[in-house]
Design a protein around this ligand. Structure first.
Ligand SMILES: Cc1cc2nc3c(=O)[nH]c(=O)nc-3n(C[C@H](O)[C@H](O)[C@H](O)COP(=O)(O)O)c2cc1C
Ligand code: SF4
Ligand code: SF4
Length: 259
């Protein structure tokens, strides 16, 4: 049983690759939060996994909420792992996940990281296709390595791109302050298709007169709406238009979580 959150497919690809190699299933955290079905008896499961992107050197708020609310019971805990995907540095994401789950009596046997193209396009430019493809290829090799470690039930922390917690926490504190949808805007080429609203993991978009309107406070800043828009009509601040859209190539055509 592998729980994941993903906006642009990187973490979904990791979760699915591990699940496929082990005949396991993946479950989308926002959908479970929506359904209120948050109790899981993992007795007899092959493994218990959590896969998440890194936001501001820590956990995305939707993942934090999920981990805080999940109820897990077992007779014997299956091998448990956490995988962080990230673009540059993953800060203290593993400690944050470990702390939340340990309060529920769930220990994590292994922590892994997979570096991916960075979906934070207000800063990172993903228009160089060759570079993106190269990074996806390197990530795919890393996923193979992680799969092998998971298959052999390796224990330990395999995180190397961390930042000390006291520094990470200062940066992560800025995430909540920055989670304001006023930076998101829609341009004239919007065709009113509703893809953005339909796939927002936290329902922070309402369609009004055929155009998206963001609901302040709900947004978790995943940028899924920006990257999924078929007309690239959503921007975040002044730089994203020049930095392109991104979806993990393994998930193209399969990135709509709510269809
Ligand atoms: C709001 C936001 C904040 C991010 N912060 C970080 C970060 O602090 N460090 C990092 O290495 N990558 C950061 N990223 C990049 C993502 O963690 C990375 O691209 C991840 O693989 C995306 O996963 P997904 O495709 O499953 O959504 C950020 C992305 C977003 C949207
Ligand atoms: S996905 Fe793009 S084109 Fe479709 S409604 Fe949203 S902004 Fe408009
Ligand atoms: S409004 Fe866009 S950026 Fe905000 S949570 Fe929804 S899909 Fe993500």
């Amino acid at each position: 049983m592998i729980f994941y959150f993903s906006a642009t497919g990187n973490s979904k690809h990791v979760a699915r690759s591990i699940a496929d190699a082990n005949g396991d299933e993946i479950l989308y955290m926002p959908e479970l939060l929506d359904s209120g079905s948050m109790s899981f008896d993992v007795s007899g499961e092959k493994m218990l996994g959590f896969v998440s992107p890194t936001y501001y050197w820590g956990l995305p708020s939707v993942v934090k909420k999920f981990l805080e609310n999940i109820k897990i019971t077992f007779r014997e805990r299956p091998y448990t792992f956490f995988v962080a995907t990230y673009g540059t540095k993953n800060g203290c994401i593993s400690q944050s996940a470990e702390r939340i789950l340990s309060r529920k009596g769930i220990a994590i046997d292994a922590f892994y990281e997979v570096r991916m193209p960075d979906s934070w396009t207000p800063v990172f430019d993903l228009t160089d296709e060759t570079n993106v493809q190269r990074r996806v290829k390197v990530a795919d090799e890393k996923i193979e390595e992680v799969k092998t470690q998971i298959s052999s039930r390796t224990k330990g922390s395999f995180m190397s791109d961390c930042i000390p917690e006291f520094i990470s926490n200062m940066f992560h504190d800025m995430y909540d302050k920055a989670r304001l949808t006023e930076n998101l805007m829609v341009e004239d080429q919007c065709a009113g298709c509703g893809t953005c609203a339909g796939n927002c993991p936290v329902h922070a978009i309402m369609m009004e007169n055929g155009r998206p309107r963001w609901i302040l406070d709900r947004c978790v800043m995943c940028l899924g709406c920006l990257h999924r828009c078929p007309n690239f009509a959503i921007q975040y601040g002044g730089k994203t238009k020049d930095h392109g859209q991104y979806m993990n190539p393994h998930c193209i055509g399969d990135c709509a979580e709510y269809d």
